[in-house]
Design a protein around this ligand. Sequence first.
Ligand code: NAI
Ligand code: SOE
Length: 397
Amino acid sequence: MKNIAVGLVGGGFMGKAHSLAYSAVNMFFWPSDFQPVKHSIAEATTELAEHAATRFGFQHSTDDWRELVDNPDIDVIDIATPNNTHAEIAIAALEAGKHVICEKPLALTTDEAKDMVKAADSSGLVNMVAFNYRRTPAVTLAKKYIEEGAIGDVLNFRGTYLQDWSADPNSPLSWRFQKSVAGSGAIGDILTHVLDMARYLVGEVDEVNALTQHIITERPTQASGVDSLGTVKGGTDTPMAPVDVEDEVLSLLKFANGAVGSVEATRNAWGRNNFLTFEIHGTEGSLYFNYENRDELQVCFRSDGDDRRGFRTVYTGPAHPNGHALWPIPALGIGYGETKIIEAHDLFQAIVTGDGVRPDFADGLQVALIDDAIQSSANSGQWTSVARVNRDTGEVE
Ligand code: NAI
Ligand code: SOE
């Protein structure tokens, strides 16, 4: 069994989720060829780093991520920090010979994402972008249905990502509302997950026609660098500062294979929590998924017969993708943690076998290129073509 030493950068929400996965992966996927070692964690200050190390079970802590990159004992760098830090850390890590997993969106800008793909390609090391929702068993099952032809030719993909944690204008101006740190608003933060699903399930997007809305133009400032996702509100005397990212985005899509679709995302939809959904219609049937009921895939087939037409529920369990490693009967409840455990398993397995893993940095760049086309289309009001990454050369064409 190969020990794989992890250097984790960032001990916030994703630091917690990834640490949980490193502790749990071999409890689920067994027998195993690897043993993750929680070697070191870097945080913004010495105190935050020490607390994170104790809390998440890392052996060492530092306030300088460069120490992790320079440490010959570390095999993989995990980037779980705000978006403006991803490119610098990832490129330094790859140049130092480390495998890298990086949270989404891949980078602050598409130019940074291109540099990350170049660094990944020249290194030949494992590189992964953490679009974990595609690893929800019901989503992998949807992919299986599509690949087996169960719904025929895909005609239409309708995707949403609706949340409400920022609908209150008193939710503070965390890093997610600052273009210089986040890159964009709902587009980079959550639409990217829907676009990853769309590419995974249907294929490449050729053209988009989008609009964006910027509704809440200022928010109360906050002292901490951590995003409390609206759970801590500004007070009446908290100074206000401008929000320079979009709140909402809607886009029509034309896929390369002839399918069409639509996607929308907002963090201001009262009553919606993690309403990440897709409905896919094909010539022979339909599939529907809602992450808020993530054990379930709704399916309907043309062959069902006129007198029993309608969606029925398949509960994912041991018979489904990765199900053997999870819980012994369906509907016990698959959580966010399990998607990260499956992601960690696939990352470490790729390191052991030397095979690639998807989604990789080129996939992260392709999503960034769709984001760019959506931004341009929203500005021009025109249908806009999406540039394509050539996966053989890493160049954008
Ligand atoms: P967060 O605000 O909860 O935590 C970020 C942490 O990074 C903070 O503890 C902060 O002190 C630390 N940090 C900032 N600069 C640092 C530096 N230079 N060195 C070391 N630590 C530093 O943010 P969260 O929610 O964990 O997001 C992190 C990343 O994960 C973002 O890119 C975000 O888009 C992504 N994300 C992905 C999710 C998914 O479902 N795949 C879910 C939530 C976030
Ligand atoms: C906030 O919108 C957020 O934490 C996103 O950053 C994540 O990517 C999403 O998975 C959950 O919501």
